[in-house]
Design a protein around this ligand. Structure first.
Ligand SMILES: C[S@@+](CC[C@H](N)C(=O)[O-])C[C@H]1O[C@@H](n2cnc3c(N)ncnc32)[C@H](O)[C@@H]1O
Length: 294
């Protein structure tokens, strides 16, 4: 009888059963401990980055991240800086949403794309206008990202601050974070960006209203982020306004461009670019389009 047959014999099996049971129990204990540990890690990640409390998960997957690196690199012409800025923007996004009130609107790749790309497009001056701010947290992040590039941003914000997010064609409902959309929340977030955040100019009103426009059209902006009324008409009006207030070489960012939820944005940009315009389309990263004024 060879050793294999010997081990399989009924007598050997009976004799070895207690040892086999002991090994089985040890393996089972180790598997249970590993599952418990994985569940603990998953729960902690879920609380840090999951959708609870803000409505959108901040967990990143490899495919979208690689796509974003390629898009930011194509826009900026600098692959290493694109990869660095996307990573920096991601850490900033998680940090801001942990410390601030409310949230930044939109998907993780789109936010990291905007925060990472704008500083790399070398805006002609440091005057920033954000049309539609919600909690002011994106602007807070943009101030930080521009300062990291050695810039001295000066921020102007326009929003109706209606207590909730207003969008034509949608029913206003409380934000998933539970925080009211008001100027107080915006100031709290801007304080996280230090002196430049505290010095931000906030104009309450609709961007299409002549009084709102008159109050902030006192300068030529180097960056204009269009993220207010998402209807085709609203975006078209904001683009027409951008033609008047953009500095030569300014970057105009159209948020949620190409997002199937907001078809009016692409429609407005396509229509606008067929007119006599100072704006040239540079490209897109995630769901944002980038234009440069002549
Ligand atoms: C998508 S949110 C902005 C998100 C913000 N930019 C961010 O990245 O977190 C749109 C904001 O624009 C505001 N809004 C709606 N219509 C507007 C208008 N006509 N002019 C200015 N803001 C408007 C909404 O109330 C809301 O606060």
């Amino acid at each position: 009888m060879n050793s294999r047959s010997l081990l399989r014999s009924p007598v050997s099996r009976r004799l070895l059963r207690p040892v086999a049971d002991l090994i089985d129990r040890r393996i089972e204990r180790q598997v249970r401990a590993a599952v418990r540990q994985a569940t603990t890690h998953r729960l902690s990640c879920e609380l840090l980055l999951g959708e609870r409390g803000r409505g959108l998960s901040r967990v990143v997957s490899q495919g979208p991240l690689e796509r974003l690196h390629a898009e930011v690199a194509a826009l900026s012409g600098n692959r290493a800086a694109a990869t660095r800025n996307v990573a920096t923007a991601y850490r900033l996004l998680v940090g801001l949403e942990a410390l601030g009130v409310g949230r930044i609107a939109g998907g993780t790749m789109n936010i990291c794309g905007k925060l990472g790309t704008i500083p790399l497009l070398d805006p002609p001056n440091d005057e920033i206008l954000e049309i539609g701010t919600l909690y002011g947290m994106f602007s807070t992040g943009l101030v930080r990202m521009l300062e990291r590039e050695g810039r001295s941003p000066s921020l102007t914000i326009v929003d109706p601050f209606a207590g909730v997010q207003l969008q034509p064609g949608t029913n206003p409902r409380p934000d998933p974070t539970g925080t009211p959309v008001d100027e107080h929340a915006v100031r709290t977030n801007l304080a996280l960006a230090g002196p430049a955040g505290a010095a931000a100019r906030i104009q309450r009103g609709f961007s299409e209203d002549p009084e709102t426009r008159a109050a902030v059209a006192d300068r030529a902006y180097g960056v204009i982020v269009v993220d207010g009324d998402h209807s085709a008409k609203g975006v078209r009006q904001d683009l027409q306004w951008a033609e008047e207030i953009a500095a030569p070489g300014a970057i105009v960012v159209l948020d949620d461009y190409g997002d199937p939820a907001w078809p009016g944005i692409k429609e407005a940009m396509d229509d606008h670019l067929q007119d006599d315009t100072r704006l040239t389309y540079l490209g897109k990263a995630a769901h944002s389009a980038y234009l440069r004024a002549s």
